[in-house]
Design a binder for this molecule. Structure first.
Ligand code: FUB
Length: 274
């Protein structure tokens, strides 16, 4: 979708434009220090909007600028991001920043609720409530207060088969879908599975693996996705894979494919395309 090494794409739609917020990739040990945003009107050509948040402005984390998430409430954009395996929140009045750390400290410190404190995902329900999901090795979920920078309760652990990281929650026809990545981003079998529930914080019932490598096409390590739902009812999955050619666990590229549903609401396995 976008040229170069980028990973962990968060897709969003604000004021008539599509946006992708990725991890900057192609750096040893996943050592990114800045976040970029990309924008598009057609999902085909993308403009690099430049650096929207630089960890040089963060007092509590200097590296591992990973896997951001974004939403907007009352004209303020909330950007949840990782720095040194902790999660912070930064705000701006524009989807392209500049974003400024709100708390001056992590929202979630390293290992605070089990596992690595990475991969935030913000979900806005249609009743006005918002939730933050996060974690590696342990799937955490919690309702956010209306300030979007604090939690209503202590985060809970959500039981999911083989959960590694990359939480994503969306709602369709009254059902909550929890998508997540299995295995590791440095493994060729990194893949996406999902589970469903009648409540955002679960309990979730296992679904299936719906996106995986196709080694005959040289497509490997398809994971860490986000989801785009268009008003037309069409869905797209945006994810990363090892770059073609020559990619590996920290030389990844961002891809998009159609995602469809069966009549019973189960997700049809996605066919990753070149
Ligand atoms: O890109 C850095 C890390 O790799 C992410 O936080 C994980 O989800 C994995 O994709």
């Amino acid at each position: 979708m976008i040229k170069g090494y980028w990973a962990d794409p968060q897709i969003a739609f604000f004021n008539g434009r599509f946006y992708i917020y990725p991890t900057t990739d192609g750096i040893a040990n996943w050592g990114a220090t800045v976040f970029h945003a990309f924008s598009s009107t057609d999902l085909a050509s993308w403009k690099d909007e430049g650096i929207i948040l630089d960890l040089a402005t963060i007092s509590w984390g200097t590296t591992k600028a990973w896997a951001p998430a974004i939403t907007v409430k009352n004209g303020t954009y909330y950007f949840y991001f990782c720095a040194t395996q902790q999660i912070g929140v930064a705000t701006s009045t524009s989807p392209t920043g500049p974003f400024k750390d709100v708390l001056g400290k992590p929202l979630v410190t390293n290992g605070q609720y089990g596992g690595q404190s990475i991969d935030p995902y913000v979900f806005d329900d249609d009743d006005g409530r918002s939730y933050l999901f996060f974690g590696n090795g342990n799937a955490n979920g919690v309702e956010l207060n209306s300030d979007m920078t604090s939690f209503k309760t202590i985060p809970i652990t959500i039981a999911l088969n083989d959960f590694r990281e990359g939480s994503v929650v969306f709602k369709r026809n009254g059902r909550y879908y929890f998508m997540y990545s299995v295995s590791g981003t440095d493994s060729p079998d990194y893949r996406v599975a999902y589970a469903t529930s009648s409540s955002p914080l679960g309990p979730y019932t296992a679904g299936a693996t719906i996106l995986q490598s196709n080694s005959s096409l040289g497509i490997l390590s398809t994971g860490h996705n986000s989801v785009l739902a268009l008003p037309s009812g069409e869905y797209y999955i945006v994810y990363h894979r090892w770059a073609i050619p020559g990619g590996d666990g920290n030389h990844r590229e961002v891809c998009i494919d159609k995602m469809t549903f069966n009549a019973d609401g189960t997700i049809v396995p996605v066919v990753p395309t070149l």
